[in-house]
Design a binder for this molecule. Structure first.
Ligand SMILES: [Zn+2]
Length: 226
């Protein structure tokens, strides 16, 4: 039996009408204190065992040729791929370069592919991330922006929190408040189950520094959406 113990909730927790709990004020992913006491291999073994129980409980014959490898495969995928961004050791190392050309306008990287999973149902969130920043004297390797997005996407997520986490990380790495992040994503928990709405998408944004001014913000949005 999987038991959630010690899941820490910060002050400001609100009870959503659907009874899904949303974190009020902390942008941090709620983690247990002992989150990384086990090695990846130990986690894979434990999850694999529970996954087998879940499949058996559903009535599946886990000795069937096609299903035999599934528990271990899912466990490995959780730890090494889709939830690997829970572990700070997997955070990408960011190298910055001097802004030699003195380029001082905004840099926009749009349509960054997003694959995450909603933390309420553990089903995919698929979408695009658009990012802009204005250099404070340092520039970031472009692919590092994609890697940072991937890192925060690879954990059970809430789209609002992921938006803030990505923006905060960019502000800290780039040492500037002039950062904008927009996420436009479809949630499979909305399209493939429950209300089964296949056409809606969810847009979240986080603007700071000069992007709080409507002129800069509109310039960014024009690059992204036209
Ligand atoms: Zn969900």
């Amino acid at each position: 039996m999987l038991k959630m113990t010690g899941d820490k909730l910060s002050i400001g927790e609100v009870n959503h009408p659907t009874n899904e709990r949303h974190i009020g004020f902390s942008p941090d992913t709620p983690l247990r204190k002992d989150a990384f006491d086990l090695t990846d291999e130990q986690k894979i073994n434990t999850i694999s065992r529970y996954m087998k129980e879940i499949m058996k409980t559903l009535g599946l014959d886990v000795e069937d040729d096609s299903l035999k490898g599934t528990p271990a495969r899912v466990a490995r995928m959780f730890v090494k791929e889709i939830f690997s961004g829970l572990n700070p050791k997997n955070k990408p190392v960011i190298t910055l370069f001097d802004n030699k050309y003195k380029y001082n306008q905004m840099l926009v990287e749009k349509n960054i592919s997003l694959y995450s999973n909603c933390e309420h149902h553990l089903v995919p969130i698929i979408g695009k991330v658009h990012i802009a920043y204005i250099s404070s004297g340092k520039v970031i390797g472009l692919s590092k922006i994609n890697r940072l997005v991937q890192y925060y996407a690879r954990r059970p997520q809430v789209q609002e929190r992921m938006t803030i986490q990505i923006a905060n990380e960019l502000k800290s790495v780039l040492q500037t408040r002039n950062v904008a992040v927009v996420i436009d994503a479809s949630h499979l928990c909305v399209s493939s189950r429950g209300i089964r709405d296949t056409s809606s998408s969810t847009i979240t944004s986080e603007y700071s520094g000069v992007f709080l001014e409507s002129g800069r913000r509109n310039e960014f949005l024009k690059y992204v959406y036209s």
